[in-house]
Design a protein around this ligand. Structure first.
Ligand SMILES: [Mg+2]
Length: 227
């Protein structure tokens, strides 16, 4: 039941990219291309080879950056500044999103594999920065990326989260696996039409607005029933 997985939840964790805004806006595509360029320049290899390395590290470690730090001692600030320097023109303020987020009872935290400066920029573009208690960025985990358990464990420790009272929104399924196994309510934001939900996904919605609309309605009904 939807309500039993949402009732009494006090903390709401949000991934940033392709979760709080649509992937169709293309910000991530720009970052993807910048990564390829950065690696090619830094390691003096062709863009084809750099793309292969980029994807290999992403798959193996969770972020390309982690692979570059481990294997080539790349400076994470230099990498982040370069790849996050993208065009944000397509992102615009969303009053609906802000209102919906505000309606959720409890604390909201951003949990991202990107860095703080970039995340702050995106949130400001969307006009929702002040809704969040904090941004748990990649620097705060010591560059340990999602979906590594160590990353989520740090998030839990930092904000003293009770997994049974926490809801987590993500567009990447793999990032929800471990959180589900330790008791988080998991919400997959995805446009793909998949008939069956994986066991570690509690709910799937096409957009964040869809998700929040339904959740707020459910919580309101619960509230009414209790009074
Ligand atoms: Mg994402």
């Amino acid at each position: 039941m939807l309500s039993s997985k949402l009732k009494g939840r006090t903390t709401w964790i949000f991934d940033l990219d392709n979760t709080l805004y649509s992937s169709s806006i293309g910000i991530f595509n720009q970052i993807d291309l910048k990564m390829k360029k950065f690696i090619s320049i830094k390691l003096k290899i062709s863009e084809d080879d750099s793309f292969k390395l980029q994807k290999k590290y992403y798959k193996k470690y969770g972020t390309t950056l982690y692979g570059l730090m481990r294997n080539y001692n790349i400076d994470p600030d230099e990498f982040c500044n370069y790849v996050h320097n993208v065009n944000f023109n397509k992102l615009s303020k969303s009053k609906i999103l802000k209102d919906r987020l505000r309606s959720l009872p409890g604390e909201k935290i951003i949990y991202t594999n990107a860095n703080y400066t970039y995340a702050e920029k995106v949130l400001n573009k969307l006009g929702i920065k002040e809704v969040f208690l904090d941004i748990f960025d990649i620097k705060k985990t010591g560059y340990i990326p999602k979906p590594m358990k160590k990353s989520l464990n740090q998030l839990i420790k930092k904000y003293k989260l009770n997994p049974g009272k926490t809801v987590y929104f993500e567009d990447l399924k793999k990032n929800l696996k471990y959180s589900s196994s330790i008791g988080f309510t998991t919400i997959h934001i995805s446009n793909e039409s998949i008939d069956e939900l994986d066991s570690y996904i509690d709910f799937r919605f096409k957009t964040i607005i869809n998700a929040l609309d339904v959740i707020i309605k459910v919580l309101k009904i619960e509230e009414k029933n209790e009074h």
